[in-house]
Ligand binder design. Structure first.
Ligand code: MN
Length: 175
């Protein structure tokens, strides 16, 4: 009987240890994961053009635009430090963050940190950009509705000082 109790105590202790381990893994995941460690859901896709992205971003279309749904759905992986140019969507855009940590900024507003589980609505024709944080990559699903009005209007790259939130530089107001 005594050895049975000892076994049970050991078993319960192991369960506790496992619970603690997975908890600390989750915490470190939020700080230390990089692009290669993101929990990939979809194929990586094609590297985004340097004309539209700074750093390495990869896009794959998941729902092809057609006249029935008039909606574009796709996935983008941003490596740490990568981000889109400034741009706007004629009908707006919904972002669903599925892993990692990143930034989203609507022009004239503060940079917002975004992470797994966040859902962001970008209103129509509003200048904004989105991408990874400097040290942790980002995985995002995008949904663009009403594509008959257009999908995206690309504009200029996000300046390094804006991305790095270095608002002491003299050109801080240019973006
Ligand atoms: Mn967008």
């Amino acid at each position: 009987m005594y050895s049975y109790i000892k076994t049970m105590v050991f078993f319960m202790g192991s369960l506790l240890l496992i619970a603690c381990n997975s908890d600390s893994e989750k915490k470190s995941e939020n700080i230390e994961i990089n692009h290669n460690e993101l929990d990939a859901i979809f194929p990586q896709g094609e590297k985004g053009s340097a004309a539209y992205f700074t750093g390495n971003a990869y896009n794959i279309g998941l729902v092809t635009v057609d006249s029935i749904f008039t909606t574009a759905v796709g996935n983008v992986y941003f490596e740490p430090g990568a981000r889109s140019n400034w741009h706007s969507h004629p009908s707006g855009q919904i972002l669903i963050i599925t892993d990692g940590v990143g930034y989203h900024q609507i022009e004239g507003q503060a940079i917002e940190t975004i992470k797994k589980g966040d859902v962001i609505q970008c209103p129509p024709n509003v200048r904004h950009w989105h991408g990874a944080s400097p040290k942790v990559g980002l995985q995002q699903l995008y949904i663009v509705p009403n594509t008959e009005k257009g999908i995206v209007d690309w504009q200029e790259p996000v300046r390094e000082n804006v991305y790095n939130k270095d608002f002491n530089e003299k050109d801080k107001n240019e973006n």
